[in-house]
Design a protein around this ligand. Structure first.
Ligand SMILES: [Zn+2]
Length: 323
């Protein structure tokens, strides 16, 4: 048997194509779509219907600063082993809508099309799900990075979810709304302080701040997961005997930070605290074999965490055609 190489495969494909070429009139002649269909994935947790809603991908250029405590060559090796580019990281964004039966609860809001041209499809996908933003009752925010809060408003500062009550972590609010802290913040962080003011400034009196550990909506409990930011929050969603863990940005991109939980990413404001939080939550997910969702996990962003050597691996859910 001849050895199969990339070249022989390609040559074989061309021969097969030549042999089966049809007269033009008989060949299919459909225009290329050039884009994805609506990106939604539904599943159930007890009586709750969950809808993962894709907001797109942020292709972020990376360099030796991306992981603070690992040589860039090592980071690039891990990326290459995961079949990812080594000069930029494709960072998916997936929001999670929980229909509790009495409330529509949205966990984080996407980028609002204000971060990168390749993200901002959340509201179009919501419409494809047959849902009107005006029907969202509650928005629960995990932390104040732009890819999580910008979807609250359009780029012209109009509210997208006009009837939704907005809940935010109290320690996150205390940190980012502190003017004294903003005035002494390093230049790279100032933009985030300003963006937080753009989103929340004129609606501050309507924003409800929740304490970690509290139930934020029926069946949804907040879990303090500090480190990525000072008030970064994960969530447990429970209905009947079923439950899942929403990791938010605890593991960021699993190919990097679940595999290497000790790594401190450039977005982790307190790197060592972020590592402690990550290990604690991933340990729990692995021990309990519970379903998890990660905001930057590959769509549909849910699956399982297994232990693997000194780190963890992420096993995506099997796409189920029915709920
Ligand atoms: Zn994020």
């Amino acid at each position: 048997m001849t050895e199969i190489t990339r070249r022989s495969l390609l040559a074989g494909t061309m021969l097969a194509a030549a042999a089966t070429a049809l007269p033009k009139s008989a060949a299919a002649n459909a225009p290329a779509a050039g884009k994805q269909a609506a990106s939604l994935y539904r599943y159930k947790i007890g009586d709750f219907e969950m809808t993962a809603i894709h907001d797109g991908i942020w292709n972020r250029p990376i360099d030796e600063k991306f992981v603070r405590n690992a040589p860039f060559a090592e980071v690039q090796k891990v990326l290459a082993d995961a079949f990812l580019p080594t000069d930029k990281l494709p960072i998916p964004l997936t929001t999670l809508l929980v229909n509790t039966g009495s409330k529509l609860v949205l966990l984080d809001t996407g980028s609002g099309g204000q971060l990168t041209p390749t993200a901002g499809t959340m509201t179009a996908n919501l419409a494809a799900a047959g849902l009107d933003p005006n029907n969202v009752d509650v928005i629960v925010i995990s932390h104040f990075h732009p890819d999580h809060i910008n979807g609250i408003k359009t780029k012209d500062n109009e509210l997208v979810f006009a009837n939704a009550e907005i809940l935010v972590p109290a320690p996150e609010w205390a940190f980012w709304m502190d003017d004294a802290r903003m005035s002494t913040a390093p230049e790279g962080l100032k933009g985030n302080f300003l963006n937080v003011r753009r989103i929340f400034g004129n609606i501050a009196k309507d924003v409800r701040r929740y304490a970690p550990g509290r139930e934020v909506a029926p069946g949804i409990t907040s879990i303090a997961a500090y480190g990525h930011t000072p008030g970064h929050t994960a969530f447990a969603v429970a209905s009947g005997n079923d439950s899942m863990l929403v990791l938010s940005d605890t593991s960021f991109h699993p190919s990097l930070f679940a595999r290497n939980p000790e790594w401190q990413g450039v977005f982790d404001l307190d790197g060592s605290m972020a590592v402690d939080t990550r290990k604690k939550l991933l340990d729990r997910a692995a021990a309990d074999r519970m379903l998890v969702q990660g905001y930057h996990f590959p769509f549909p962003a849910s699956g399982y965490i297994g232990r693997d050597g000194k780190g963890y691996n992420f096993v995506p859910v099997m796409w189920q055609p029915s709920l």
